[in-house]
Design a protein around this ligand. Structure first.
Ligand SMILES: NC(=O)c1ccc[n+]([C@@H]2O[C@H](COP(=O)([O-])OP(=O)(O)OC[C@H]3O[C@@H](n4cnc5c(N)ncnc54)[C@H](OP(=O)(O)O)[C@@H]3O)[C@@H](O)[C@H]2O)c1
Length: 323
């Protein structure tokens, strides 16, 4: 089987395409023939040894796939041929991957393989952040930093479904054009407009109720200063590379909460709630409320380019590898 293998930590160009043996399937696992695998920012960090968890090579990256069950372990009650989303601990950038049965979600043909492979990390994280961490209520305003990115796209779409007033902050004409295609209510060009002033203007001087922050750096504090009384700033990631240091007096005078969001950890500690959220997210797709169309579809050989897009601020929307 064709796989993308990290044999040495470093730039994505060091990744190798190798012909590997199909993985073994233990009693509790299924073997998935992969149609599509999701590519994410953390993959780009992982292959460089710069992620919060460092894995020694050789390894096959990739933590979200969609495809069909080809083999089942003896303790697995799933049918061969079932279409599934899988969350492998590693190994998703490959034609076949074995996944623990608790991390396999059966889906219908209404969910395309591209949508299925796009769903877990970006939509799972964003839904967990809005629903469980911010406890968002219909009618609240939502400022989305990095609005055109993978997390940003999910936040615009899910914010709309959850009845929030979405405001996407983006940093270029191309990114602005992209978010206009989504159902976003307002756009802030934070490369040339004052984020705080514009966010206040768009909320009649009140400030925003919730901020989704996958960017970090200096925009986090600007966004925090743009929040309303009882606001929530959801800390998702630091794509800008710098971890912000925030003056805590802002939280006091605004009654604002800074809320950490680590979806991967939560899926391990709360499998029942994770399954509930997946069921709701798949339901949004099946009912036609959520249309996930990945913007970038790459062949296996193009994985280094896909990963470099994240590192050079070029990624827009969801990125997928097609097998
Ligand atoms: N906490 C969790 O559980 C969790 C789950 C998934 C992802 N994450 C994290 O969320 C972050 C974003 O992931 P993503 O998939 O949305 O990535 P992405 O598609 O690359 O989006 C990141 C956005 O950040 C903005 N940005 C500002 N400065 C940047 C820089 N120097 N380099 C790159 N981007 C920059 C970009 O928008 P502008 O150019 O418009 O500013 C870009 O659209 C990552 O740090 C990832 O590790 C966390």
């Amino acid at each position: 089987m064709k796989s993308v293998v990290c044999t040495k930590l470093g730039n994505p160009e060091l990744l190798e395409i190798k012909d590997m043996d199909k993985p073994e399937v233990s009693n509790n696992q299924v073997l998935i023939k992969v149609d599509a695998a999701g590519v994410n920012y953390p993959d780009a960090l992982l292959v460089q040894g710069k992620y919060q968890v460092v894995i020694e090579p050789p390894f096959i990256p990739g933590n979200e796939v969609c495809g069909y069950i080809e083999e089942v372990g003896k303790d697995v009650n799933l049918e061969i041929g079932t279409k599934v989303i899988g969350l492998p601990e590693m190994g998703g950038f490959s034609e076949y991957v074995s996944v623990n049965k608790s991390l396999v979600i059966p889906i219908s043909e209404k969910v395309t393989s591209f949508a299925g492979a796009s769903l877990p990390i970006n939509y799972g994280t964003t839904y967990y952040a809005l629903k469980r961490r911010a406890q968002a209520s219909r009618g609240e305003s939502l400022l989305i930093l990095g609005g055109s990115g993978g997390i940003g796209t999910a936040a615009i779409q899910l914010g709309h479904i959850m009845g929030l007033k979405t405001i996407a902050a983006v940093g270029s004409d191309e990114k602005e054009d992209y978010v206009k295609e989504l159902k976003v209510d307002s756009i802030i060009r934070y490369d040339k407009e004052n984020l705080k002033e514009k966010a206040k203007e768009l909320t009649d001087g009140k400030g925003v109720d919730i901020v989704i922050d996958p960017v970090g750096g200096d925009v986090s504090e600007q966004a925090l200063r743009a929040t309303a009384w009882n606001g929530r700033l959801l800390v998702i990631g630091f794509a800008q590379g710098e971890i912000p240091k925030i003056p805590l007096n802002i939280t006091l005078v605004k009654g604002v909460s800074i809320v950490g969001v680590w979806w991967g950890r939560w899926t391990q500690t709360s499998p029942q709630e994770t399954a509930e959220d997946f069921s709701e997210l798949v339901g949004f797709i099946e009912s036609g409320e959520l249309n996930i169309t990945p913007k970038n579809i790459y062949a296996v050989e193009e994985v280094p380019e896909a990963l470099n897009n994240f590192l050079t601020r070029k990624n827009i929307g969801k990125t997928i590898i097609k097998f």
